[in-house]
Design a protein around this ligand. Structure first.
Ligand code: ADP
Ligand code: MG
Length: 405
């Protein structure tokens, strides 16, 4: 509640109120004398909604939050009122970001993602704040429908790139902005679903997250995947130096560590060829930190990366594995536990999407962290993940979006 109040206080006074225009104006309502009913012109309604999206994206500003603030958003009513103002602004900006790409509408996957966000905007604008259950199931529905968003957006931009509609630089800039923005709406919606969970209310932010515990889970999952694809998996040592605890979103830390460890496993497997040969070269994960920063380092002796390729590893289009963007289910990064869409999920490849590193960096940067990769060519790679310990850094807002509007 306090965080909501702070946010309201902080909101810019020049900004128009978030629910500025009644959706039904006399010009879009007509009465049908024959049937005695009042009809709203569907087309006019859509036009009005379109112009409302533009207004929300241009005239209103999202409120950046810290993890601590999100953790303390525990009152369902206040959070619902806040989200009914905040989410439409963020979704409207996403629609505009997609539309900022020239020729976007020629590409089916881009049309799909645009319509998913437009629909989410429409639904949020229609739900009255007092309808708690309806709001909750609407958020669940939006989340479920967006579960394959990563697949659609990756396919969309890759096709645009192939048809020369975008340069590689434009692809990377668009994805950085788009995916960063997506993290924010995901967290806020997840927080509402978590605190209103029947029987066991919780929070999307774990207040005393144990990074070593997360690393163990991620390492176990990555090793299982590695064994599935190669028949064996290199050893992994986890070194817990400081027994640090900090407020963080476990799901995101898990995603990053899973991606980094998968990369190391693949490099070691391809370099040594057998468990016996790799035995003397374990992948080592060190977890430590001081009062300000948590550091996780993944080190491997997998042969490193040629220095000339170092810039490329942060591109969403770069992979040295067989490209694996064809499978819908394994491209999804959603692990929403309210979700029932992953029942028939296939086994994911170990590499080949090319987005593990850039997406991990997005998650890290989102709340004041960063990710670095250091290579010793012909020897190995060290990846450093730094995270803000206090959880008091505001979420990164895609700033470039303003330049497109
Ligand atoms: P993917 O794993 O799907 O290829 P990533 O973004 O995770 O995508 O990695 C991009 C590329 O960076 C990999 O294909 C690989 O060439 C290189 N790379 C990343 N981590 C390592 C590592 N630890 N050792 C060697 N090469 C790596
Ligand atoms: Mg990878």
């Amino acid at each position: 509640v306090a965080a909501c109040r702070v946010l309201r206080r902080l909101s810019c006074p020049t900004v128009a109120p978030a629910r500025p225009t009644p959706m039904f104006t006399p010009s879009i309502i007509s009465s049908n004398m024959a049937t005695g009913t009042i009809e709203v012109s569907k087309q006019r309604f859509e036009e009005l909604l379109e112009s409302e999206v533009v207004h929300f994206a241009r005239a209103l500003r999202p409120h950046p939050m810290t993890l601590q603030q999100i953790l303390h958003l525990q009152d369902a009513k206040s959070l619902r009122e806040f989200l009914l103002e905040e989410l439409p602004i963020r979704y409207a900006r996403r629609v505009q970001l997609i539309e900022s790409l020239s020729r976007w509408s020629d590409f089916p996957h881009m049309r799909v993602i645009r319509s998913l966000y437009f629909d989410a905007f429409r639904k949020l604008r229609a739900v009255p704040p007092e309808e708690e259950e309806r709001f909750r199931s609407m958020l669940q529905d939006i989340k479920r429908r967006n579960a394959n968003m990563l697949f659609h957006v990756m396919r969309g931009v890759r096709t645009m790139r192939a048809k020369h509609a975008l340069s590689e630089e434009q692809v990377n800039r668009f994805l950085d902005e788009f995916l960063t923005a997506r993290i924010g709406t995901d967290i806020l919606s997840s927080q509402y679903l978590a605190i209103t969970k029947p029987d066991s209310p919780t929070s999307v932010v774990t207040p005393d997250c144990d990074p070593v515990d997360v690393v163990r889970t991620a390492a176990g999952d990555a090793a299982t995947l590695c064994r599935h694809h190669y028949g064996w998996s290199p050893p992994i040592d986890i070194v817990d130096v400081g027994q640090v605890r900090f407020p963080f979103i476990k799901q995101y830390l898990n995603y990053i560590m899973f991606e980094l460890i998968k990369n190391s496993l693949r490099a070691v497997v391809e370099r040594y060829g057998s468990r016996e040969a790799a035995e003397a070269y374990p992948i080592r994960v060190v977890v430590c930190g001081d009062d300000d920063t948590i550091v996780l380092r993944v080190s491997d002796c997998g042969g490193g990366i040629p220095l000339d390729d170092m810039d490329q590893v942060w591109s969403y289009l770069y992979t040295t594995a067989k490209p694996a963007c064809e499978d819908v289910s394994s491209a999804s990064d959603s692990d929403d536990d309210d979700n029932d869409s992953d029942d028939d999920r296939g086994i994911a490849p170990l590499a080949g999407f090319g987005c593990g590193l850039p997406l991990s960096r997005n998650y890290a940067c989102y709340v004041g962290g960063w990710l670095e990769l250091h290579s010793i060519p012909e020897y190995g790679t060290d990846t450093y993940l730094y995270l803000n310990r206090a959880g008091n850094v505001e979420e990164a807002m895609p700033t470039d979006i303003d330049a497109h509007l």
